[in-house]
Design a binder for this molecule. Structure first.
Ligand code: NI
Length: 253
């Protein structure tokens, strides 16, 4: 079994010219599967299209909080259809972003809740984006426990991670855990129980050390996994086995 990148954006324009090449490089480097995540309607459609082209790629569809103003009945209806696609394994990324605050917070909350309900109708897990909004995220998801889902690129404290785990969440770590001064993500990497840990790249963003500042690729998930294995004092192969099993369990891969 290889490793699984549970959150990448091969649907981003960064890879427009070379998706096939990047997917092949991933396979060559032992990346077993990857989940391509939508952030608005066009990128959700594109994620599904890529997933249908490459057997190792799965898709998630959803409207990111930065695009909450795009959400309307038509968009909801199309997401509802996409959710039925055999390669769609989650609704995401959805949530709250109070850092960019691109849409009014009340609207972000409504769009978030509507998509949690969509996921529940289709019995799909949710992939949460939460930036500077952990408490409001927690208050909303508290209404839907036990939650089937993941806190993507989790950046909060280990204590708060434990609270999300109590709600049912998995915790996913990305490139920032490899940064030298990333004290809190490194604490989280050690604290999360084995059966709740996932790894991801969020590429093309958040490129791990030592490639920070350059374009990110799904195969750099190995750098994330290596650092977490080192922090937990276990072999890379064990970390790979644990996180791949968790990904298969949560997303029914
Ligand atoms: Ni993302």
């Amino acid at each position: 079994m290889g490793i699984i990148d549970t959150h990448c954006h091969l649907n981003d324009e960064t890879y427009q010219e070379n998706v096939a090449e990047v997917v092949q490089q991933c396979l060559d480097q032992g990346i077993e599967k990857m989940i391509c995540i939508g952030f608005d309607l066009p990128s959700s459609r594109k994620a599904v299209e890529i997933a249908h082209t490459y057997p190792c790629v799965y898709a998630a569809v959803g409207i990111h909080p930065d695009s909450a103003e795009d959400y309307n009945e038509e968009v909801a209806a199309e997401l509802e259809q996409l959710a039925e696609d055999e390669k769609v394994v989650a609704i995401g990324e959805i949530g709250l972003d109070y850092y960019w605050d691109k849409a009014p917070r009340d609207m972000q909350k409504e769009v978030f809740k509507a998509q949690i309900e969509l996921a529940r109708r289709h019995d799909l897990p949710i992939i949460i984006h939460s930036r500077d909004a952990l408490m409001d995220t927690y208050d909303i998801t508290a209404n839907y426990t036990p939650v089937k889902g993941v806190m993507h690129c989790y950046s909060g404290s280990a204590e708060m991670a434990a609270e999300f785990i109590k709600q049912g969440f998995y915790i996913s770590l990305a490139g920032p855990v490899t940064f030298k001064n990333a004290r809190v993500p490194k604490e989280v990497a050690v604290a999360v129980p084995s059966d709740k840990l996932l790894v991801e790249t969020d590429c093309p963003y958040l490129t791990p050390h030592p490639y920070r500042g350059k374009v990110n690729y799904p195969y750099y998930v190995k750098l994330v996994a290596e650092e977490i294995a080192r922090l937990r004092g276990i072999e890379y192969q064990e970390l790979e086995a644990i996180t791949s099993k968790n990904a298969c369990d949560l997303f029914s891969l």
